[in-house]
Design a binder for this molecule. Sequence first.
Ligand code: AHR
Length: 339
Amino acid sequence: MRPHRALNTLAGIAGVAILLTLAGCGKSPSASSAPAGSEGAAGGGDTHAPLVVGFSQIGAESDWRRANTDSIQSEAKKRGIDLRFSDAQQKKENQIKAIRSFIAQGVDVISFSPVVETGFEQVLEEAKKAGIPVVLSDRAVDVSDPTLYKCFIGSDFVEEGRRAAQWFIDHTEGDVKVAELVGTPGSAPALDRAEGFREAIKDVPRIQIVWSQSGNFTRTEGKKAFQAFLKSPEAKGVGALYAHNDDMAIGAIQAIKEAGLKPGVDIKIVSIDAVKEAFKAMIAGELNCTVECNPLIGPQLFDLIEKVARGEEIPHRVKVDEEVFTQDVAADLIDSRQY
Ligand code: AHR
C-alpha cells in the first residue's frame, strides 16, 4: 500500500488541499535540542546559530528540476539557512548515503526529493532515532509508518495525470491510440501520473494506451525512446503522445520532426510541468497542452522546515496549486513564466 494514496483519497473526500494528520503534528524532537535562543535561527534573527538543513536533490534531469533546485537554494540563502545540498544524480543509493551523512553531521532538519518511492524506510528510521525531523519535498515515499517523516510538500501527481487525459477526452474525436512516455520507473510522479491518466480514460474506450515506455524524465532518453517507437510496427495509427514531463515531450517532438511528421498535428501531444520550453513548443503549434507542476516551492518548504525546527505543528501533507495551459494562451503567458 502506498500510504500517501490513502491520504490523497482522504483529502479528496474532505475536499481540502491541505491535510492535517496527527502523525505530523507532534513537537519536533530536534526542537528540544535546539540551542537557547534558536527561535531566531529557525525564524530569522539569531546570527550565531543558523538553522542547518541537509537537502538531497534527485539530480538535474529536467528544466523543472533545475528550477526546483534554484528555488530551494535561493530561498535558503535569503533566510540565512546553512543548507547542506547534495545532488544524487538520479541514484537512490546516493540519496541514502547523503541522508546518513546529514545524520552524522547532526543537521537540524533533513529534506529530500526521493528519486523512487521505495527503499527509504531504514534510513528514515535512522533519522527518527537520531531525533532529526524529515520533510519530503516534491515526491513521496512508500513507507508503512507515516510518522517516519513530518510532512510531504508537493504536487498531486495523480490529478496531473487526470488533467492530461482530460485534454484528450475534450479535444479529440473517434478512436485515439496513445503512446505514453513514462518518467523514472518507480518514482512517485511516474506511478501517479500513469494512474491518474488511466483512471480518467477508463470509461472512455475510444482512447487507448497502446505503447508505454520510460524516457527517465530526460530530453535525451525521451527522444531516443520515441525514435525507436516511431520505427516500430506499434507506431501504426498512433495519433497521440502523453509524456510524463515536458522534457521528454520536447525530445519526442524532435524525433517526430525527424521522422517527417508534424508534432501537435499528426501526433497530438500533452505533457506535464509547464516549463518555458513547453510554452515555446505550444506557440510553435508542436505541443497541444501542458499541465502545470510547480517547482517553485522553496518558500513554502522552508516555512515548514522552520516551523518543524521550532517544534510547531505542521500538516502532514501540503499540496501545491497548479493549472493547465493550452496553445491559445501560450503567447500571452510565456513572459510571465518563471521557469
Ligand atoms: O517530481 C517532479 C518531476 O520530476 C517533474 O515533472 C520532472 O520534470 C522532474 O524531473
